[in-house]
Write a protein that binds this ligand. Structure first.
Ligand SMILES: [Zn+2]
Length: 284
């Protein structure tokens, strides 16, 4: 079924597990992610970033596809606009059928962040769409995939932000980064900060940059109150690996066979993260 993130994250919060949100950008990636969730009987979030919507597959094109795949699935599927920075893009995605959006207004001060996020929450209510906000700023690794700076979330500001905006979920910064970590580097998470934010807000919290965080960090983050984990790089890296392996074995492979097999191979990585997040068998 096709749903918003609101109920699935509320349930995850009550039962202390996290739902996976995987970055997709086309039919094949969406199908792989939903298939993985069906195998594991888990709720799932299809995440699409602004850049991919603008450059590859706009919201009017992709939302009906994900909605139909979600309705055909026997698990809950939400479609979330990941890191939407512009009011116009966010509202357009909601009108076109996105069930959820994440407002990235972390470039503003607290007042500016609250103002833009609140506007989107008000708009989203008319469509029963859920909204994720961001407090602090999640960093980026120096692999060219992002240029954001890091600013750890302040627990008191998180509480003010949550109360003022009435968002359904809150992305926080406590040590993770977007992009691929350099080889051998595992990030250090500030779990006391995460705990302090959870104690104050008691709401669904979101870990961005889940790729490469390491099993121990992810398990502990879920234990301390993370209810949604974003993974982009590790999923797309699995797609790249499958492509490379196939081309190595057969450089003249038929394009259809290549893409079809990439989709099949990438399912395993999503299943791995679903099991790690604790959302296996949590679909109603
Ligand atoms: Zn993110």
């Amino acid at each position: 079924m096709y749903v918003s993130m609101k109920e699935m994250l509320k349930k995850a919060n009550e039962n202390n597990y996290a739902v996976m949100a995987i970055n997709c950008f086309n039919l094949e990636t969406v199908r792989a992610v939903i298939a993985a969730a069906e195998f594991e009987k888990a709720p799932i979030i299809v995440n699409i970033v602004e850049d991919h919507l603008l450059r590859h597959c706009d919201s009017g094109l992709i939302a009906p596809v994900v909605k139909m795949l979600g309705e055909r699935a026997n698990i809950e599927v939400a479609l979330n606009f990941d890191h939407g920075t512009e009011y116009g893009h966010l509202t357009e995605a909601i009108i076109n059928g996105f069930s959820s959006v994440m407002v990235d207004a972390s470039r503003y001060d607290l007042g500016g962040n609250i103002a833009l996020t609140k506007r989107v929450v008000t708009f989203a209510k008319q469509y029963n769409a859920s909204v994720e906000g961001e407090i602090g700023c999640i960093g980026a690794n120096a692999d060219g995939s992002s240029t954001q700076y890091t600013m750890y979330s302040d627990p008191k500001e998180a509480k003010i932000f949550a109360d003022e905006t009435e968002v359904d979920a809150l992305a926080i910064s406590f040590g993770s980064s977007h992009g691929n970590y350099p080889d051998g580097i595992i990030p250090k998470f500030d779990f006391q900060r995460l705990k302090a934010i959870k104690d104050l807000t008691k709401m669904p919290l979101v870990l961005h940059g889940g790729s490469g965080s390491g099993e121990e960090n992810i398990l502990k983050a879920v234990e301390f109150g993370i209810n949604k984990i974003n993974v982009g790089c590790d999923f797309l890296n699995a797609c790249t690996k499958s492509t490379k392996d196939q081309l190595k074995e057969n450089p003249d492979i038929n394009y259809f066979e290549l893409i079809h097999k990439v989709e099949e191979d990438s399912i395993e990585k999503v299943r791995y993260y679903i099991r790690l997040s604790g959302s296996k068998d949590q679909s109603i």
